[in-house]
Design a protein around this ligand. Structure first.
Ligand code: HEC
Length: 159
């Protein structure tokens, strides 16, 4: 009996809390959803870059068709409208699991320029990847560099 009452009380308490906080919850959920989508976009970058990097290092046999497809994916991904992926408040302090430094929002023009650098490097890779392995290897530095420059500036280092 005592146990049952405690549970009921806890449920009621939670319901009242949830009502009061629902507006705030919705806003927080929107930030968390954007963070998840942003990280998924980054994972797709990494998945496609990984194949090109593997070929560049000779760990994966060079294949012009597969390399062109991966570079084309990177190019398309980089050109997606990302305006909803980076809501202010979704930095490392605002959302659990986010690794974005708040500095990004104070330097939006620079962050967008770094995004544009990735578009340029991915387009160059799309041409190089289908040419031959030497061209792919030569284009790798600028492409990896475009990822790295933004990470260095705006991503919380993972130890
Ligand atoms: C405009 C800036 C920018 C560019 C360009 C960029 N990244 Fe990121 N990347 C970030 C930030 C900021 C984070 C942290 C995101 C977060 O935690 O929400 C991140 C996170 C990641 C993650 C971790 C995702 C996760 O699941 O937590 C991977 C993997 C990644 N990036 C790969 C790449 C690759 C590969 C490229 C290039 C093809 C790239 N990124 C280009 C800024 C960028």
């Amino acid at each position: 009996m005592f146990k049952g009452m405690t549970v009921t009380g806890a449920v009621l308490g939670l319901a009242i809390l949830a009502g009061a906080a629902s507006g705030q919850d919705a806003a927080q959920k929107a930030l968390a959803d954007a963070t998840k989508a942003r990280q998924a976009q980054m994972q797709l970058y990494a998945f496609n870059l990984g194949l090109l990097g593997g070929m560049a290092k000779g760990e994966v046999p060079y294949d012009a068709t597969a390399a062109t497809a991966a570079a084309g994916n990177l190019s398309s991904l980089a050109q997606l409208d990302q305006s909803r992926l980076w809501p202010e408040g979704s930095d490392e302090m605002g959302v659990e699991g986010s690794k974005v430094m708040a500095e990004l929002w104070a330097n939006m023009p620079d962050a967008m320029a770094k995004g544009a650098d990735l578009v340029t490097a991915a387009a160059a890779m799309e041409v190089a990847a289908g040419t031959d392995l030497a061209s792919l290897q030569a284009a790798m530095g600028a492409l990896g560099g475009a990822c790295g420059a933004c990470h260095k500036a705006y991503r919380v280092p993972s130890n």
